[in-house]
Design a binder for this molecule. Sequence first.
Ligand code: HEC
Ligand code: HEC
Ligand code: HEC
Ligand code: HEC
Ligand code: HEC
Length: 368
Amino acid sequence: MEKIVLLALVLTSLLFAKSATQICKKCHPIIVEEFEGSMHKNSSIYDDAIHKAVWDIHPLKAKDNYVCAQCHIPNAKNEEEAKEGITCVSCHTIKNVEEHASVNKNVYSKDKKTFYSTEAGREGEKVVYKKESSLFGMNKSSVGSPYHDIDYTNEKFQNAKMCLGCHSHRQNSNEFMICETSKEGAKNKEENCITCHMPKVEGTTTTIKKTQKHSFHGFAGARKNPQLLSEYVGLDFKKSSNGFEITIDNKAPHDLMLHPLRVVELRVNLLQNNNITQLKRHSFVKVIGNEEGPSMPWLANRVLVDSMLKSKEKRSISYETALKSGDKIEVQLGYFVVNPKALKKLNLEENEDAKKFTILKQQHFTVE
Ligand code: HEC
Ligand code: HEC
Ligand code: HEC
Ligand code: HEC
Ligand code: HEC
């Protein structure tokens, strides 16, 4: 009985709710809260100052042709919706991904009340919520959602190919590939974009049907929650005849960083006789540009430097610093989301997120 009253309350309050996300919040509060802090939610020029900074100097801005919409504010029909960024409904109604040379395209289903999802063991199911019968028969065994239907049969949610409409690649008008995520990470159920970037974390999926865990909707990445990805980067230390070697193991099935603005840096500090010495820093970047040097993506026609850590690569860096027993080595692998050399051009010199160095992985070693 209590459940029926609760449900009636929820359904009534839905009528007065503002955006679709506010509706989802009634029954998926944990997921919505995580999502509010994610870069998917904050992907518009209203919330992402770095995205805005690049758009502000983009040649298409003068023509008011916001081509970024396709991925940064999909399906938004007005400014109010644009402020929502990427929405729950957009993602959960991706039916298919069309592959194209310049940029892929999401095919959305027309039915905005049936959501695609995936759950181990339910791959063949389509859950249709029958209002009349279930409203009054609501008990522990009832399935489905009283707000929407669920379709678990879309294979692209099982192998993460649904992420590739926006994340696969992009060419500029010179037919030059400005960024590319290897498809390697969207091949199977066992390890893919979803298992790494949306790991299972504590807390229930819905308030109606309690579960121990749910898929993290804060989308761990370079801007938000990078600590959830540090397990996919390994650091190792080995003494050599004239110094030592640090090995970085990138366990991701794509370049460690993907956006051309990023710079990865290896920092090593040596603690010897109570003195801390900062050793030479090593950067890993993919710099794009043209005959005149580094450039913004729309002007690029070549790769100038590519020292980025590649998919599943183990890279060793040598240091010619003599070590003795008892010395301690502190190793940090981190990154800048905006190449410090591009801060000025983008007017981001005052932006803390753009300037800060984020440590992805840190480890200490003691020389034997
Ligand atoms: C009135 C409550 C209610 C509202 C509102 C609601 N849901 Fe649900 N949703 C549920 C329930 C209950 C389930 C679990 C169904 C099951 O496991 O059989 C569910 C399941 C889901 C699933 C599939 C979960 C899985 O098992 O993989 C998705 C995706 C989903 N909801 C998305 C949304 C989105 C997006 C919104 C907002 C537009 C929303 N829901 C609004 C109750 C609700
Ligand atoms: C509708 C397009 C779209 C889809 C579909 C999409 N993304 Fe994204 N994703 C984006 C955009 C745009 C950004 C960058 C937002 C920004 O920084 O302004 C982004 C950013 C990210 C980031 C970086 C977050 C950070 O904090 O740096 C990760 C990780 C990510 N997406 C993973 C995924 C995964 C996994 C999937 C599939 C489940 C997916 N995305 C599906 C458009 C999309
Ligand atoms: C094909 C889909 C797509 C289109 C179109 C697109 N982006 Fe993005 N954008 C992404 C994805 C995916 C990410 C996240 C990549 C990552 O974190 O490596 C992203 C990230 C960014 C970032 C980094 C933001 C951050 O949080 O640091 C900037 C800047 C950016 N995009 C600018 C633009 C601009 C400007 C346009 C339009 C001229 C545009 N993008 C068009 C998919 C797209
Ligand atoms: C084995 C785990 C793993 C898998 C699988 C994986 N990634 Fe990643 N991803 C990482 C790690 C590690 C990083 C780097 C750490 C960070 O960005 O905080 C990363 C970073 C990213 C970023 C941010 C890069 C940037 O430059 O801002 C995006 C976007 C992303 N991955 C998307 C994807 C997509 C899309 C897929 C599926 C095709 C995928 N990842 C598969 C581990 C993984
Ligand atoms: C970038 C794409 C994307 C966006 C945006 C997104 N989801 Fe999801 N969601 C997924 C994927 C992929 C899964 C399946 C993950 C898995 O393997 O369990 C999922 C799973 C779910 C589930 C089932 C969770 C579980 O633990 O099994 C629910 C419920 C859900 N989403 C609701 C929402 C709501 C509500 C929003 C908006 C606040 C939202 N999603 C936004 C991609 C997205």
